[in-house]
Design a binder for this molecule. Structure first.
Ligand code: ZN
Length: 134
């Protein structure tokens, strides 16, 4: 299955408020949504650029995935999300192609979308997310 576009780029930040100010004041973008995703222990802020979003991620728990990522690698790009018509199918097709999955089945992410992650070991070091309505 071919992704339709880059749905969003996930960026890990230590301080959401400060990062939002940068995106608003320096880049002139508008934060249209702030949402806590309890499941992933993050607070997210979204900006739209064309069809693509920037998703800022601040950890709400040092033991959560973003907390651990920042401790290990510092702030920066965390993942790239590809828009898929059918996340369930896209994940199972990737698995059939020998890709190691973090999520065998989609779960609910921010904005009520279905999401599933591919393991960076299988994707040349990039944490990839599939993201879509189905
Ligand atoms: Zn994401």
């Amino acid at each position: 299955m071919k992704p339709t576009h880059i749905e969003h780029i996930g960026i890990a930040v230590k301080n959401l408020e400060e990062a939002i100010r940068f995106y608003e004041n320096v880049l002139g973008l508008e934060c249209y949504s702030i949402e806590e995703v309890k499941d992933q222990k993050v607070k997210t802020a979204f900006f739209m650029i064309g069809k693509t979003k920037i998703e800022l991620l601040e950890s709400t728990d040092p033991e959560g995935p973003i907390g651990k990522f920042i401790e290990k690698k510092g702030e920066g790009i965390h993942h790239i999300a590809f828009a898929q018509e059918d996340v369930t199918r896209a994940l199972s097709e990737a698995e059939k192609n020998g890709v190691q999955l973090i999520d065998k089945n989609p779960r609910k992410g921010a904005e009520g979308l279905n999401i599933g992650f591919l393991h960076p070991k299988s994707t040349f070091g990039v944490l990839m997310e599939f993201c879509g309505k189905k």
